[in-house]
Structure formats: C-alpha cells, structure tokens
Write a protein that binds this ligand. Structure first.
Ligand code: PRP
Ligand code: URA
Length: 216
C-alpha cells in the first residue's frame, strides 16, 4: 500500500512504475492528442487499483462449475464517478473499464483566467446516499479552487464518502484541499514543484482540457 505523503497527510502519490512511465509521455509536448487522451485514461485506470483499496466487501454465495462456495463482492451502493468538466471526462473511460457499474455525475466548472477562481456552470450528480462512494476526477490540481468547489457542491448535496483523483498536483492545490476538506483523500500520479504566475503547474503538462480535446 503506498504511503501517505510526508508533507501532506491528505495526499497519496502513486509511484507505480507503469504510472510514472505513462506520465512522462503525457508530459511531453510532442505527444499527440490521440495518445494524450489514451494515456490519461490508462493512468486513471491504474490509479483506480489503489484508490479503491478501502472499499468494503461482503460475502456472496455462488456455484462454481464444481461446488457451492462463498466468495466476496464489493458491498454497498454503486460507486459514483464525478468528473469536473471538461478535463475530468478524460479519466472516466479508464476507470469505468475496471468498474463498469459505476454511476457518472458531472460538475461543470471553469477557471476564470484573470482571477483563477472557479466558475460553476453545471451540476448533475446521482443522489448522495451515505453508503455511496464518490470519486471526483480532474487531471490537474493547481490552485485547488476547482477541486475544492466541486467537493463543496457534493458535500452540500449530502455526500460524505468522497475521494479526489488527479494526475498532477501542485503543492498549493493539495494544501487548499487540506484546508477546505481535510478528510477528503487526494490521490495523484505526481506532486509537482509549484504554480507559475498564471496558475499553471510546473513542470506540469500544460492545459489538460486543451490537450485531451485538441482545442489548441
Ligand atoms: C483546469 C483543470 C481543472 C482546473 C485546475 O480546467 O482541468 O479543472 O483547471 O485549476 P485549479 O486547481 O486552479 O482550479 P479549466 O478551468 O481550464 O477548464 P477546462 O477543463 O474546461 O479546460
Ligand atoms: N489547468 C491545467 O489544465 N493545467 C495546469 O497546469 C493548471 C490548471
């Protein structure tokens, strides 16, 4: 089990070699839109293995071709994925391959280029029941404004079991999440150095939404 980060008690950095290998290709500015989209999906899928480690299981009686036995299955309501539009959409496909029954909600937020504050424009998420797990998804945790706002919206609708999955985190964003939502675990493929003056993560990978959807 990967250790919680020494500097941030809310952060787990997933340093699996396959994740790190794929992330290095993702960061490369020469990577095509097609490959970028595929890599975001694959890394999200690999991260899911650790991010679901806490899920409770329960016994289930089944018949194998040879005999009756007791096996285990994931207990509770279907897990809900909540991508932050747009870039979080890129993580849904990979995670859904491992958890095909997952529900998907959508939170629409964009970051104002001047103020760097999140602006909300859409919210549609399956009902928050206390035994339902929510995974909020966004490849980038920069200032943390978007992630914190999405989690606030979810919590206001009654969700309690919330985790945040991103590919690249800035220390500023992890701290913002720790301040706003100290009990929400953050999983990242990398903790980068810092933000630049425009709120972009360094070294980062650029604008995740533009690179996934080919809009620049
Ligand atoms: C990006 C990214 C996050 C946000 C991170 O989205 O996908 O949602 O910025 O920044 P923050 O931590 O400082 O809030 P953007 O606002 O560019 O919207 P888009 O995905 O629609 O391009
Ligand atoms: N959003 C992005 O897509 N990239 C960054 O580096 C910061 C915010």
């Amino acid at each position: 089990m990967p250790p919680v980060h020494g500097r941030f008690p809310n952060l787990t950095v997933l340093e699996h070699p396959l994740i790190q290998h794929k992330l290095s290709i993702l960061r490369d500015k020469a990577t095509s839109v097609k490959n970028f989209k595929q890599l975001v999906s694959e890394i999200a899928m690999l991260m899911t293995y650790e991010a679901t480690r806490h899920l409770q299981t329960e016994p289930v009686e089944i018949e194998t071709p040879l005999e009756r036995t007791t096996a285990r299955r994931v207990a509770g309501k279907k897990l809900t994925l909540v991508p932050i539009l747009r870039a979080g959409l890129g993580m849904v496909e990979g995670i859904s391959q491992l958890i095909p029954s997952a529900r998907v909600g959508h939170v629409g937020l964009f970051r104002d280029h001047e103020t760097l504050q999140p602006v909300s424009y859409y919210y549609k998420v399956p009902a928050a029941e206390t035994d339902r797990d929510f995974f909020v998804l966004d490849p980038m945790l920069a200032t943390g404004g978007s992630a914190a706002a999405a989690v606030s919206q979810l919590r206001a609708s009654g969700a309690t079991r919330i985790r945040f999955l991103c590919l690249v985190a800035a220390p500023e964003g992890v701290q913002a999440m720790l301040d706003a939502h100290p009990l929400v675990p953050v999983y990242a493929a990398a903790l980068d150095r810092e933000l630049n003056a425009h709120g972009y993560i360094l070294p980062g990978l650029g604008d995740a939404g533009d690179r996934i959807f080919g809009t620049r």
